[in-house]
Design a protein around this ligand. Structure first.
Ligand code: DON
Length: 305
């Protein structure tokens, strides 16, 4: 299959969509990007890659970071973790508070904000003051790239404006499902969201999920086959919040989005993909990114269904 030609075709076909959707601005520093960007990177198991647009330009990974923190926590705690965070779709927006109250502070899954905050808390219990460094090191390992770092301005912007997340963490704490100091946990969570990566780095860094937990580029085992399966199934059912059904229906791949405009997706046993375009749809997922992935699986037949 001529992947490069297919990506170039997609790049032409999404052109009429530029202008639709809106860049996230509830974290003010995220609004400072050029809204009309589009790039897509494909990373194959043998190290070859294909791409269009600026595949080495970094952006804020935001909720895509939840895949990495959940991987770390699941590796450490195993199924014990599910006592504190579930594995069912929420059917609600990523930052919703409502369900959390009547479900006693146990978030539905690790990919909504509430679940990622509990996951961050579980990591603070292990790594204490060194938690963010451990998260960053883990991401550098899976991406095989020591240059990855976070963005101070985006981190501080969310510290100052992340009112919803402060509400969420306080509510969860009131139910006894946050074990550490609120400030330590929320800072870890905001920092992980402000990590900057390029589409090429992100595609490489989720390759282990396409290959039963083993990074095919380095042969390093990141997690067991069974845990890799669980993370992929969560990406499919919960990776796009209340648009997860729509994403599975149209794209048909496990994927995870972030309000920075990125989406990672994996084609089991074949490749990992990252698409970037910062204008979002009403559920907070990249509008053109979703469309581009839909075109990709339609043109290649490479959905899991
Ligand atoms: O906590 C927040 O609201 C952001 N740091 C991350 C949210 C996010 O990326 C949702 N994704 N589509």
């Amino acid at each position: 299959m001529n992947y490069q030609a297919i990506l170039e075709e997609i790049e032409r076909e999404i052109l009429p969509l530029f202008g639709e959707g809106k860049v996230a601005d509830y974290i003010p520093a995220l609004a400072n990007v050029n809204p009309n960007q589009f790039s897509i990177s494909l990373q194959m198991f043998d190290g070859t890659s294909f791409g269009v647009g600026e595949v080495n330009k970094k952006f804020s990974i935001q909720s895509i970071s939840k895949v990495f923190t959940f991987t770390l926590a699941l590796n450490y705690y195993g199924k014990e973790l599910y006592k504190r965070v579930g594995h069912e779709p929420s059917g609600n927006p990523f930052n919703s508070l409502v369900q959390l109250e009547y479900e006693n502070g146990i978030p539905r899954n690790p990919f909504i904000n509430a679940g990622a905050i509990v996951t961050a808390d579980s990591l603070v219990s292990i790594y204490k003051d060194n938690t963010f460094n451990q998260i960053l090191e883990f991401i550098r390992t899976v991406a095989n790239d020591d240059t990855i770092n976070f963005d101070e301005e985006i981190f501080h912007s969310e510290l100052e404006h992340g009112f919803r997340n402060y509400a969420l963490i306080n509510m969860i704490k009131s139910f006894g499902n946050i074990y550490n100091q609120i400030d330590d946990v929320i800072e870890t969570y905001f920092k992980q969201c402000s990590i900057m990566m390029s589409p090429a780095q992100l595609a490489r860094s989720v390759l282990f999920l396409a290959n039963h937990g083993v990074n095919p580029l380095t042969n390093e085992t990141i997690l067991t086959e069974s845990k890799a399966k669980r993370i992929n199934s969560l990406m499919l059912t919960c990776g796009h919040y209340d648009a997860s059904g729509d994403f599975a229906y149209k794209v048909g791949l496990p994927g995870k989005s972030g309000v920075g405009g990125g989406i990672v997706a994996i084609v089991p046993k074949k490749m990992a993909i990252c698409v970037y375009s910062p204008r979002l749809n009403s559920q907070g997922n990249s509008l053109i990114g979703t469309k581009a992935l839909e075109l990709f699986t339609t043109k290649t037949g490479l959905s899991i269904f």
